[in-house]
Structures are given as C-alpha cells and as structure tokens.
Design a protein around this ligand. Structure first.
Ligand SMILES: Cc1ncc(C[n+]2csc(CCOP(=O)(O)OP(=O)(O)O)c2C)c(N)n1
Ligand code: SF4
Ligand SMILES: [Mg+2]
Length: 281
C-alpha cells in the first residue's frame, strides 16, 4: 500500500468523482510528497467532499470559499503543497469572484474543478457551466443563461497553467494532475465529470463521443491558439494542457514571503507587535 489512502465515499455508484479521487491519490504518490506536506481544500458540494476522503491535511470551507483558505494557507506556509478540489458551482459560481482575483495574484496552488455542469449535491440545478437549453427540475424550459467558459476566462486573466481533463480517462487525468501540481503558480484543471444522477445529457457516452487529446504538435505556449482551443466546445472537445507559461508567483514578487522561513516558522516578536498596537491606542 502507498502513502496515500482513500476511504468509502457518499458519492453515487458510477459518479465521475470516484475516478478523480483515485487519480488524485495516484498523482500524489507519483509526486512523492508525504501526506502531511499536502493540504486538500474544498468548499461545499459533492466534489468538495474530497478533502474528507483522502489522508492529507484537509479543509472544508463555505460554499464558494475554497480558494481564500487555500491561498491563505499557502501564504502562511509556503512549504505546503496546496490543492483545491471542488465543484463547478463552488469554483465558478459562488466562488467566481475569488476565482477571478486569485488568478491575478498567481499564488502557487493547484485548482482541480470537478465540472459536472450541474449543482449535484442540491439535486441538479443549472450551474455556471450548464449548456444553454439544458432542462432541469427548476429550469423546466431549459437554462436561459449563456454558459461561462472558465478556461477562456482563466487564460485571458493571465493564468499560467490551464488544462482540461476527463474523469473517464484516468491515465491522462493523472498525467495532467502531476504537471499541474508541479507547476509553479496557479494551475487550473477543469475536469469533465459526469454526474450520473442529475445530468442525463453530459454523460460518459456524450463526452466519449466528443473528446480528443491535444497531441505533441500542439504548442501550449501560444496564447491565441490556447484561446481558440478553449472555445472549442460542441462536436469536438479538446483535453490536455491548453496553455502553459512560466511566470513569477505571488511569493516571487513579495520578497518578505519569498526570502527566509515560511511565516508559520517565524518567531513572533510580541514586543514589536505591542509597539505597533500602541500607535493605534
Ligand atoms: C452560499 C450558498 N449558496 C448555496 C448553497 C447550497 N448549495 C450547497 S451545495 C450546492 C451545489 C454544489 O454544486 P457544485 O459546486 O457544482 O458541486 P457538485 O455537488 O456538483 O459536485 C449548492 C447550491 C450553499 N450551501 N451556500
Ligand atoms: S449526485 Fe451526481 S455528482 Fe453527486 S455523487 Fe451522485 S452522481 Fe456524483
Ligand atoms: Mg457541479
């Protein structure tokens, strides 16, 4: 048995979440960090239960609030490998504002989004990535909103690692996860994840018919091609690393964080702090 273990989950049999949890475990085994060196963070939702199912450090935030504690943990403890594992609603809907502004910060964290194009836990309402016209129990005439394109948004905001994977292709998913975790800076992987109970449209078969892998002739360093690939959705859906660029992280730009020990390992100089506080009395 490896260092990483998972436990029984409350997910439906056949749900795409199972493969993502397995792939995460395999990716962490490959990377070789100890479980205590890793923090997995979720918000609320089916996907967001992941931190409860793997033997790393874990944190469950409020709905839409996976990104702020993940960023805070990395700022406080730069030695931690910080991974967000959460849903499309959590990451792009309730957490949309955090998604946008933390891309701009480029903190060195990895963001895996279980994108089932639906609110799974609350039984199938439209999420930000639900296709227009998709009929749900509370959108009986079909979703009227245009779906959000998280990959295009992330690339346009300057994210340095933007990828898409599919929960039905675990081998490929593991490879993308390993590259994303190793990347220095904010890395987004949107993982297409069929919700077998509440999304009867975007099924394993639906994705299998459309998905194709980007091959070695594709250049992930070309931003315009990456944007074009991010917009490809319909009869053909590309998976793989759409965009990759090395760039300075938040810690690289703030010397106080970059140099010296992690904040959690520094001595707090109480007398100095008292002095500052007295200025405000
Ligand atoms: C602020 C807030 N709004 C709504 C909810 C209700 N809620 C809980 S989980 C959920 C849906 C989660 O969807 P997603 O993030 O896509 O995860 P999934 O269950 O599909 O994996 C909603 C709407 C909540 N808990 N908090
Ligand atoms: S409701 Fe959907 S997302 Fe949630 S566990 Fe079941 S199949 Fe998976
Ligand atoms: Mg969802």
């Amino acid at each position: 048995m490896g260092k990483y273990t998972t436990c029984e989950t409350a997910w439906c049999p056949g749900c795409g979440d199972h493969n993502i949890l397995d792939a995460l475990k395999t990716a962490l085994e490959i990377i070789g960090k100890e479980p205590h060196e890793v923090l997995v963070v979720g918000g609320i939702g089916q996907a967001a239960k992941t931190p409860q199912y793997i033997n790393t450090n874990g944190f469950c935030g409020l709905h839409g609030r996976a990104i702020p504690p993940a960023v805070a943990a990395k700022i406080a403890n730069k030695g931690l490998t910080v991974i967000i594992d959460s849903g499309d609603g959590d990451s792009y809907g309730e957490g949309g504002n955090h998604f946008i502004h933390n891309i701009r910060r480029n903190v060195d964290i990895t963001h895996f989004v279980h994108d089932n194009q639906i609110y799974g836990l609350t039984k199938g309402q439209a999420s930000p990535t639900t296709d227009e016209g998709h009929v749900t129990a509370v959108q009986p005439a079909g979703s009227v909103n245009m779906p959000m394109n998280p990959l295009l948004l992330a690339i346009s905001l300057g994210a340095g690692f933007v990828a898409r994977a599919f929960s039905g292709d675990k081998e490929h998913l593991v490879k993308v996860m390993v590259d994303a975790i190793k990347y220095k800076g904010y890395a987004l992987v949107d993982i297409l994840q069929p919700c077998v109970s509440f999304n009867k449209i975007n099924t394993f078969q639906w994705y299998n018919k459309r998905i194709y892998k980007l091959n070695e002739t594709y250049d992930p360093g070309n931003k315009l091609s990456a944007m074009e690939k991010a917009m490809e959705w319909g009869d053909k859906i590309p998976i793989g690393i759409l965009y990759k660029e090395e760039k300075p992280t938040y810690h690289d730009k703030i010397h106080f964080l970059r140099d010296g020990d992690a904040l959690v390992d520094r001595k707090v100089e109480v007398e100095k702090v008292k002095g500052f506080m007295e200025d405000f009395v």
